[in-house]
Design a protein around this ligand. Structure first.
Ligand code: ADP
Ligand code: MG
Length: 395
């Protein structure tokens, strides 16, 4: 167990808080503040403790250069609105001006540093740069679960320079996702979908080990159906995935009966709204058409299995849910996950969008803020940003 802000003496300290404020911007304003809201409990807790807060985040991929459109000023404005208090911002994340601003912070006040990825040293995890960030505060709090799978200066390097503890969001993510790998209430049902099987092969393997059932949907089923010898028409089949698909099927054969592929598929000639769609058996997909959703038999079957679960984890949409004609499977899974009386956990950027679109967010036990990070965690791998944090004292 990692030590968190609640089991380290922080009262009155100047704290460097790594948050994940990598939010979508539109016309210079924050288009979706979910990630900012997710950090509010930690920010409120630290302010109650009389800490002064030096907040840091990356935004987008500026690749070591100043990109005007990726400044954090709009984020500072939105954070100020959400907390109802002033949030200072600066135009860099290191240097004399930033040091002076950090030193001048009073108890409970907040300073948001500029995008840490404006410096190439951030992603290079440069130790000198990490030490400069560390010099701004006395304690490091990592609440950026979404960036914890990267060993960067503000997520990993800095943890070697200061006492380093997990924020409240980080702690909750580790607890909820950790429970899936640790001791999930059974039956434990996992639903995996989305576009690319290669991205998720590690998670499929691990879930075949720990789950009672692994249900597959989305475009990732086509390389698998193909590897079973079925025609998949013009469905999205990621190039070079023959070996990956064969490996998954081999692992699935060992986990016999626990690996479930769709029995029917919605196909159309084109991936556009209004295309004449029909539902066909998954082993009889017509040439010249592409699979764009799981069929209604599969959706009903998956929903029943999810409803009977005591733990469910879902990552990856069941089809091209962004187009209404192909959203039924994803909608059915979202409703079943939300209605599951057990523990429900959802991860993945597009999956979370789907859950929100279908109004299922509030009835899910835990909606993870970390897309890539949650996948790496559920592969059973160590997240560098987590590994570097202090362990909880035993006993
Ligand atoms: P997440 O971000 O939740 O991890 P992915 O990025 O892996 O999910 O996949 C999400 C995308 O996969 C969505 O944009 C969805 O439209 C697409 N998708 C799912 N099934 C299909 C399909 N059968 N054909 C085309 N696209 C699909
Ligand atoms: Mg995605």
């Amino acid at each position: 167990m990692k030590r968190s802000v609640t089991d380290y003496p922080l009262a009155g300290k100047r704290v460097f808080v790594r948050v994940d404020f990598n939010v979508p911007l539109e016309a210079g304003e924050v288009a979706d503040d979910m990630r900012i809201r997710a950090a509010l409990p930690t920010i409120a807790y630290l302010r109650q403790q009389g800490c002064s807060l030096v907040l840091a985040s990356h935004l987008g991929r500026p690749k070591g250069q100043v990109v005007e459109g990726l400044r954090l000023a709009p984020v500072a404005r939105r954070l100020a609105t959400l907390v109802g208090d002033e949030v200072q911002s600066v135009r860099d994340c290191v240097g004399p001006e930033v040091e002076a601003a950090a030193r001048a912070l009073g108890q409970g006040s907040m300073l948001l540093l500029e995008n840490v990825r404006f410096h190439a040293e951030e992603t290079a995890n440069d130790p000198v740069f990490a030490a400069k960030l560390a010099s701004l505060a006395e304690v490091f709090v990592n609440d950026a679960f979404g960036a914890a799978h990267r060993a960067h200066a503000s997520t990993e390097g800095i943890a070697h320079c200061l006492p380093a503890v997990a924020g409240l969001l980080m702690t909750r993510e580790l607890e909820m996702l950790g429970r899936l790998l640790g001791d999930p209430a059974r039956p434990f049902v996992v639903v995996l979908g989305g576009a690319k099987v290669s991205d998720k092969i590690g998670v499929i393997r691990k879930m075949l080990d720990v789950a009672d059932e692994v249900l597959i949907g989305g475009a990732m089923c086509f390389p698998l159906l193909k590897a079973q010898g079925h025609g998949v028409g013009t469905s999205l089949v990621e190039a070079g995935t023959e070996q990956v698909a064969a490996d998954v099927l081999a692992a699935a054969a060992v986990a016999s009966g626990r690996f479930v592929l769709p029995q029917d598929v919605v196909v159309a000639a084109e991936a556009v709204a209004g295309a004449a769609a029909e539902t066909v058996s998954a082993d009889a997909m017509p040439a010249g058409k592409m699979g764009l959703d799981i069929g209604s038999l599969t959706a009903r079957d998956y929903a029943a299995r999810i409803t009977a679960a005591r733990t469910v984890f879902w990552n990856g949409p069941m089809g091209l849910f962004e187009v209404d004609d192909f959203a039924a499977g994803t909608r059915a899974v979202a409703a079943a996950v939300a209605g599951c009386p057990g523990v429900s956990v959802v991860g993945g950027g597009d999956t979370v969008s789907a859950v929100r679109r279908f109004g299922a967010e509030d009835r899910i036990t835990h909606v993870s803020t970390g897309g890539g990070a949650s996948m790496v965690f559920l592969e059973g791998k160590v997240l560098p940003g987590v590994a570097a944090l202090m362990e909880k004292e035993q006993g």
